[in-house]
Design a binder for this molecule. Structure first.
Ligand code: AMP
Length: 283
């Protein structure tokens, strides 16, 4: 596996790979890999013949007071894991190379960024779409794989790709969970043993809501209340929302497109989760 750290090196590698007729797959990450990341890599490897994993803790998607400074990092372990999953390139640029002092542009997808995490983390998604647009230009992937764990992010990236004519197929991958249901996240490492137990309330809320919907409940406010009852004793709720999976618009009545979106602080750690309320599995 090649480790590349300069954007120009990455661009040169991609240009040669495209010229050689290779099908490039990109899995963008912020590192500190867990099975969620690794299953995205497995999915990606099956989609093409050159897997590129990017590892970049993107400073411009963190707000003031968020965890940029203490975001977990372990480059040695990550590079071994990515190599073990068949990555051909690990692209790990420095922040100064991605955003030189005179850089002044942002990619903004409006509308879809209004609710959910977009409402709670102003500027976050502009940071995400800007870095993903840059990665798409540098890596020139035919396919890019993103997790449904960050469902709003996935919807916004799909919109950006359609609106700006990026020639890339975006694949969404289901949420990978611990055995007890907790959605895997690099941030789970922040949790103390007690918080780790309490963090299960998010998955319990999703399960209770799905069960109620399977039993015929269609009133969104009642479903949200059920979720709230599961979470409130254990965590500080950031939001509980029911919205449709295509436009992320709030819904009062549950239908086949309805999803439940959760964000809550367990101690100081902000966790998110989501699921489809009717039919099928995660999303
Ligand atoms: P991150 O490193 O947290 O920015 O995540 C990199 C990619 O992995 C994103 O597309 C995430 O949605 C995805 N991802 C993170 N956690 C999970 C998970 N538990 N299951 C599936 N995908 C995930």
């Amino acid at each position: 596996m090649k480790i590349l750290s300069l954007p120009a090196e990455m661009a040169a590698w991609s240009q040669a790979a495209v010229a050689a007729g290779r099908r490039i797959v990109l899995v963008p990450t912020m590192g500190y890999f867990h099975e969620g990341h690794l299953s995205l890599m497995d999915r990606g490897r099956a989609q093409g013949d050159a897997l590129v994993v990017s590892l970049f803790v993107n400073p411009i998607q963190f707000g003031p007071g968020e965890d940029l400074g203490r975001y977990p990092r372990d480059f040695q372990r990550d590079s071994e894991l990515a190599a073990g999953r068949g990555a051909e390139v690990l692209f790990a640029p420095g922040a100064g190379d991605m955003y030189p002092a005179d850089s002044a542009s942002r990619v903004v997808v409006s509308g879809l960024d209004q609710g959910l995490c977009g409402a709670k983390r102003p500027g976050h998604f502009a940071g995400v779409t800007t870095v993903v647009a840059k990665l798409f230009h540098l890596v020139r992937p035919h396919v890019a794989v993103f997790g449904e764990k960050d469902f709003q992010q996935l919807a916004i990236i799909r919109r950006m790709v359609a609106d700006l004519d990026f020639q890339v197929e975006v694949i969404g991958h289901p949420i990978v969970r611990e055995a007890d249901g907790l959605a895997m996240s690099s941030r789970n490492v922040y949790l103390s043993a007690d918080e780790r137990r309490r963090a299960l309330c998010l998955h319990q809320a999703l399960t209770a809501a799905r069960q109620a919907c399977a039993g015929g409940l269609r009133d969104g406010a009642a479903v949200a209340r059920l979720a709230e009852e599961c979470i409130r004793p254990h965590a500080r709720i950031d939001y509980i929302e029911i919205a449709d999976r295509r436009l992320l618009r709030p819904q009062e009545r549950i239908d086949a497109d309805s999803m439940l979106f959760l964000a809550a602080f367990v101690g100081t750690t902000r966790l998110i989760d989501n699921c489809r309320l009717l039919a099928g599995g995660d999303a």
